[in-house]
Structures are given as C-alpha cells and as structure tokens.
Design a protein around this ligand. Structure first.
Ligand SMILES: Cc1cc2nc3c(=O)[nH]c(=O)nc-3n(C[C@H](O)[C@H](O)[C@H](O)COP(=O)(O)OP(=O)(O)OC[C@H]3O[C@@H](n4cnc5c(N)ncnc54)[C@H](O)[C@@H]3O)c2cc1C
Length: 399
C-alpha cells in the first residue's frame, strides 16, 4: 500500500480546496446564521467535477478513483459540513448506487447529467417512523401494469427541496421485511411528489434537509433499480459508499478544529503566557492530531479496498464510526480551547461542534456502527455475496 498521493489525487485535492476557498469559506458564516442553502456553491462543485469525480468517463464523470472521492469530501468538509453532504448524497449514496446496480440503459440515462453536475440527486431511505430500522419502512410501491404506484413519506432527506432526482426505497411486498424493499428513481415534477424543508436544525444549517411525500405517485417500471426485493441490499451497499465520504469529511472537520485551535492557542494569553504553552491545552490538540491521522488512515484503507474491488462494508463502517466520533470529540475540545469565545459565532468552532453531531447520527448511528463491529468480531455477521459489485478502479472498458 502506497501512502503517497498520485499527481491526479493531489490535483483533486487542490481543486476541492480551490472551490472551498472561493465559494464556501467567504460565505459560510452568513449562510449558516441565516439557515440558507446556496445553489451557486452546489453548481460550482458540479462544474468543477467534484460531483462526478469517481464516475467512469463513459458516463460523464472524472474517471478518478475512490481515494479521490474521499479527498474531495475531506477538503469540502474542512470548509463546511453542509456542502460535503452534497458529495455524500449525490455521488456517494445515489450516483454510485446507480453505477453499481443500474442497467446499462439506466446508467446511460441518469448518470451523465448527475456526473457533470447539471442535475442533482438525493437519497430517500429514512421515514418518520423508521430510521435505523430500515426494513420497518411503511412506504409502499404497488405494481400496476408498466408502472408502480408509491405512497408514503420520507423524512430527514438531504437536498429534499433542491435535488432534481431521487433514489428512494419502498415496500413492494408490505408483508415482507428486508426482502420486501425495492428501489426507484424519481424526478422532481412527477405528479404526486411533494418536497419540503426542515427549519431550525442543530447543525448543517447551510444545507437543505427535508421531506419527500408520495401520494399515488406513478413511476415507470424501468425506473426501478435492481430486482424487486433487492432494495435493502442496494441501500446497504449505497451506505458502504456514502460512509466513505462521511469518514473523509469528518477527517476534514478534525483538520479544521486543529487549525482553529492552534491559531487560537498561540495568540490567547492567560497567566502571562500563550495558552498553547500549557500542557493541558497541548493535550487536547495532541488528541485531535492522533484522531485526525487515525481517521485519515481508516478512510484511506476503505478507499483503497474499493479501488481493489474488495468488499469493504466492515472497514468503511469502521472508518465512518471512528472518524465521526473523533470529529465530535475534536470539535468539543476546539470549543473548550476557545473558552467563552468558542461559545459565540465570532469563531467557527461552535459551527464545527453543531455540524459534527450530524455524522454520529446519519448513515448509521454510532450505536448501529457499534452493533455491526461487535457482530463482525463475534462472527454473528458475515457479508453475503452480491449480484452486482461496485466497479474496481481503474474502471474496465465495459463498466
Ligand atoms: C442532517 C441529517 C441528514 C440526513 N440525510 C438523510 C438522507 O439524505 N437520506 C436519508 O434517508 N436519511 C437521512 N438522514 C436520516 C438518518 O439517516 C437517520 O436519522 C438515522 O439513520 C437514524 O434514524 P432515526 O433518526 O430514525 O433514529 P432511530 O433509528 O429512531 O434511533 C434513535 C436512537 O435509538 C438508537 N437505536 C436504534 N436502534 C437501536 C438498536 N438496535 N440498538 C441500540 N440503539 C438503537 C439509535 O442509535 C439512536 O440513538 C439524515 C439525518 C440528519 C440528521
């Protein structure tokens, strides 16, 4: 395993950093305070190719590897979590699921505009009464001739009010548990689809999160992804990819905490010297550095396994669990180092703390991650074989 980044991977890092510097950093304090989503930032990320970075070139993407995906997430979240979430839901959860599970016709139809950032995608799994318990969803999809009729509601959906396309999950067999779930691609504008936003969130306030309501929503059968009853597996493999971007992003958030804390500790004086000279302050920063490196290495191992085409559910979940918890700890200590100033909007660390709480909830809560790792260790969980794998990198000609 080579720890050095290739020139192409460094170029993606620079590109993402450039977008963050130009579009996110100058605006984020105001956007966060006003709870305002900025479409121009999303468009800039799309134009830069960040939303199709690891989609094969034949489908309009950058053809880069999964390490590049993690690096893009890291650099964007270092500026703000809300805009990293776009990479997670648009590319990690939705586009990669279509790449993995879609037919050739579906990939050719849906991926190019998403990969080029001309259209934006969301991922609708969670419901008002079913989050961790995915198979407990009650949204239904009833087959009717050449289409399905969807009824139900999804909640806490990132980009609900801004995405053009959604990958959603519904029960084609309401009595069935995991095997009763199927996946469908929806488009904004379809009759029977309503979307809304959730105001007053604790964090990711500059992001859009909301609901999708399906009322006798008719979806052509050729917009079902995978076979009937394969939806649960599709959702779980989508999470294998989304979690890589959450882990990469959380690593970026820890870096932001380190930079803010070091700068503050160098200039703030107490008892006649800079607080950075006190060992208890150094200890908080040292722990952030440890957690930053451990998160980065776990993330890169998962990305490397994806490049090899190896099953990586355990490793990606571990990276997500560790990095999201570590980012929360780092943000807590960053606020502590800033004292009362950390409690105000004058410094970005209070935003880091609020934002870091999201990642220990979405894409599998910390408790779900702990259960998974415990079950793997005890031999109670094994990864079954899949009908479709995420394509290894470099991508084959016929992917
Ligand atoms: C900012 C944000 C963005 C999101 N974006 C999306 C999105 O784009 N698409 C989408 O589909 N969803 C999205 N979600 C939803 C998210 O994935 C869910 O909130 C998450 O899966 C947890 O589900 P829940 O909120 O229903 O909590 P619940 O599942 O009700 O859990 C509540 C508590 O019980 C614990 N718990 C549950 N089951 C167990 C168990 N078996 N053992 C121990 N503890 C347990 C949980 O860990 C948690 O602490 C988003 C959420 C947030 C906050």
């Amino acid at each position: 395993m080579d720890f050095a980044l290739s020139p192409e991977q460094r170029a993606i890092q620079d590109l993402a950093r450039g977008v963050a510097d130009r579009y996110i950093r100058p605006r984020i304090a105001a956007l966060d305070a006003e709870e305002r989503f900025d479409r121009e930032i999303m468009a800039a990320m799309g134009e830069a190719g960040l939303l199709g970075v690891c989609i094969p070139e034949r489908y309009g993407g950058g053809g880069m590897d999964y390490v590049s995906l993690a690096l893009a997430a890291l650099e964007i979240e270092k500026a703000d979590t809300a805009y990293r979430e776009i990479i997670s839901v648009h590319l990690g959860l939705t586009s990669l699921a279509i790449l993995q599970w879609g037919t050739r016709a579906q990939k050719e139809r849906w991926l190019p505009p998403l990969a080029r950032g001309e259209r934006f995608a969301g991922f609708g799994l969670t419901e008002p009464a079913a989050g961790s318990d995915v198979a407990g969803m009650i949204t239904t999809a009833r087959r009717d001739g050449d289409s399905y009729v969807l009824n139900g509601e999804k909640l806490w959906i990132s980009l609900a009010d801004v995405a053009d396309v959604f990958l959603v999950f519904a029960k084609t067999d309401p009595e069935g548990s995991h095997r009763g779930v199927s996946a469908f691609i929806l488009e904004r504008g379809m009759k029977g689809l309503k979307t809304g936003s959730i105001p007053g969130k604790l964090g990711v306030r500059a992001g859009n999160t909301g609901s999708l309501v399906f009322q006798d929503l008719r979806v052509p059968a050729d917009q079902r992804v995978g076979e009937e009853g394969e939806g649960f597996r599709i959702a779980m493999t989508a999470l294998d990819n989304g979690r890589l971007t959450v882990a990469g992003g959380a690593t970026g958030l820890i870096e932001a905490c380190i930079e803010a804390s070091v700068a503050y500790a160098e200039q703030r004086k107490a008892f006649g010297k800079a607080i950075g000279e006190y060992q208890l302050v150094q200890q908080m920063i040292a722990k952030m550095v440890r957690d930053r490196d451990a998160s980065y290495l776990l993330t890169m191992r998962a990305a490397w396994m994806k490049n090899q085409g190896a099953r990586n559910t355990r490793e990606t979940a571990l990276a997500k669990w560790y990095a999201s918890e570590a980012a929360w700890r780092a943000a807590t200590d960053a606020v502590q180092i800033h004292g009362a100033y950390g409690f105000s909007r004058e410094f970005p660390v209070e935003r880091y703390l609020r934002n870091s709480k999201g990642a220990v909830i979405y894409e599998g809560t910390t408790q779900v991650q702990e259960l998974m790792q415990g079950e793997y260790a005890l031999g109670l969980r094994r990864d079954g074989s899949l009908r479709c794998e995420l394509p290894a990198w470099p991508f084959a000609e016929d992917v």
